[in-house]
Design a protein. Structure first.
Lengths: 111, 114
C-alpha cells in the first residue's frame, strides 16, 4: 500500500534557527497536504500542493512539491516558540481519495 | 462557524468492554472521516463517509469496530470488544468533499483501555 515517510522524526532548534522536514512517498501523489498539531491538540491544515515543482509560502513557512510529485518539504525560517508542534505531511493518490499521513516531525524550540 | 464536535473527550474502559464515540461535523460538509492516532504516530484513516455512504473502510478492523452515519450528518464509531492496543486518540474530521479538500479535525477522544 501507499506509504508516506517523514524525516527527521524529531528536531530541536534554538529560537531563530531554521527548520526543515522532508516527506517522501512510495508512489506518485496527486496532492500533498501539510498539517500542524500542537502538543495536546488536533491537526490543523496548513496548505495543499497540487502541481509538480510547486512552491508556496506562508510568512516564514515555505512548502515545496517535488518535480516527480513523490516528495515534499516544509522549511521554517527563523523559528519561534509558537512554531512548536508536530508537522505532518499527508499524501493523496489519484482516484484513491484516502489521505495517508506520515509519522510527523516533532519540532521543539528552545527560547 | 462551529468546528467539528466530538464526545466524550476522554474515556477509560477495561479490555473486552465496549465504547462508542460521537462526532458532529461542520455543517454542510459531505465527507466525514474517523482516524486513529496512536501516540507518536500520524493519524490513520479508519473509515471515510461521503454523505451516508462508505467511501473507504479498508483499515477498519471490522471484527470489532463499526461506524455509521445514518442521516449523512453526525456519526458514531463503536468498538466492541476493546483490546489494549485500541488505546489511542480517535479523531473525527470533515471536509466539503472527497479528494483534495482541506480536512477540519475535531478535538478527539482519548481512549485508554486497561
Amino acid at each position: 500500500g501507499q506509504q508516506v515517510m517523514q524525516i527527521p522524526q524529531y528536531q530541536h532548534v534554538q529560537e531563530g534557527e531554521d527548520f526543515t522536514t522532508y516527506c517522501n512517498s512510495s508512489t506518485t501523489l496527486s496532492n500533498i497536504q501539510w498539517y500542524k498539531q500542537r502538543p495536546g491538540g488536533h491537526p490543523v491544515f496548513l496548505i495543499q500542493l497540487v502541481k509538480s515543482g510547486e512552491v508556496k509560502k506562508q510568512k516564514r513557512l515555505t512548502f515545496q512539491f517535488g518535480e516527480a510529485k513523490k516528495n515534499s518539504s516544509l522549511h521554517i525560517t527563523a523559528t519561534q516558540t509558537t512554531d512548536v508542534g508536530t508537522y505532518f505531511c499527508a499524501g493523496l493518490r489519484g482516484s484513491n481519495y484516502k489521505l495517508t499521513f506520515g509519522k510527523g516531525t516533532l519540532l521543539t524550540v528552545n527560547p | 462557524e462551529a468546528g467539528v464536535a466530538q464526545s466524550p473527550r476522554y474515556k477509560i474502559i477495561e479490555k473486552r468492554q465496549s465504547v462508542a464515540f460521537w462526532c458532529n461535523p461542520i455543517s454542510g460538509h459531505a465527507t466525514l472521516y474517523w482516524y486513529q492516532q496512536i501516540l507518536g504516530q500520524g493519524p490513520k484513516l479508519l473509515i471515510q463517509f461521503q454523505n451516508n455512504g462508505v467511501v473507504d473502510d479498508s483499515q477498519l478492523p471490522k471484527d470489532r469496530f463499526s461506524a455509521e452515519r445514518l442521516k449523512g450528518v453526525d456519526s458514531t464509531l463503536k468498538i466492541q470488544p476493546a483490546k489494549l492496543e485500541d488505546s489511542a486518540v480517535y479523531l473525527c474530521a470533515s471536509s466539503l468533499g472527497t479528494g483534495g479538500y482541506e480536512q477540519y479535525f475535531g478535538p478527539g477522544t482519548r481512549l485508554t483501555v486497561t
